[in-house]
Design a protein around this ligand. Sequence first.
Ligand code: 2P0
Length: 347
Amino acid sequence: MRAVAEARTNIALVKYWGKRGASTLNLPAVGSLSLTLEGLSTRTEVRFDGALKSDELSLNGSATTGEPLVRIGKLLDLVRAQAGIREHALVSSANNFPTAAGLASSASGFAALALAATRAAGLKLEGRALSILARRGSGSAARSVFGGLVEMHRGVREDGEDSFAEPIASDWDLRLVVAVTAKGPKDTLSTDGMRRTAETSPYFKSWVESSEPDLKAARDAIARHDLEALGEVTERSCLTMHASAMAARPAVVYMRGVTLEGYRAIQDMRRGGLPAYFTCDAGPHIKGLTTSAHANEVAKRLAEVPGVLETRVCVPGAAAEIIGEESGTNRVSFRETVSSGMPEVIE
Ligand code: 2P0
């Protein structure tokens, strides 16, 4: 009744922003397409224990209550219902990157939680079912179940069973350069920012309409390994998403001066023949899409932008995986990825 899982964060090249319908199933208004990143991950242990009076959460070593515990409790309730168990759980979760830096943690966090909780509850879900469960915790988490390039399907069903992510087979040596521009948590949580955008932005409908053509362009570019085409769609999806959010009332603005300077620096790089493409998320950090041959130069140039605190070159990351598990007297510890299902004994 105990399992430890690890999941990596992901960065969307074609963005998710907004929900569809009034459903409580966390259904996205648009599909999305992302790259899972190695090196920015969450490791989560879940232990169901009949002696616990309520669910308990430790985040990065500190006992945590309030909203994070409520969100985690809701996902645990879904797992308990599926597994037919009643025990409360002790959840310990840690990121190997500073949560306060505002880099995405709900994606890796809920993917790791969905995998660890189901396994600790004795369930063995395949990738699609796990992605659907992770989506209930956080939309972007549905993508972190898988490694590399991943497409999240919007789906049309009210029960959400066609709203899941799938890996896109590709051996493209893409890199994402992350330039951290601020410390401290972001101003508006994504869930709140996207709700306000959907409810009040005059541009939300246009944003939603732009998504399908962008997804198609991205898929085509990936099939051709066409960085220019993928980069162009990456930039326009990001800027269209932010434009719709900025037009919300009150405005939802995540970019800061340094973010736009990063955008200009990336435009300059391209003018000088260095292929790099900009994206950013629900925070001020700059992300540059490029390939392995150019990643170090892109990182060097982004580090020169005033206000950039730190840069990091990220390679495509692996699928969520079980690091270890234990049930009753059966003690096993191994590494098993969602995509391959091939166990690799580590102890
Ligand atoms: C994305 N973001 O596609 C977009 C781009 C941020 C900007 O998915 O409400 O934390 O938990 O489903 O997944 C962040 O949204 O939102 C996000 P919920 P989530 O990566």
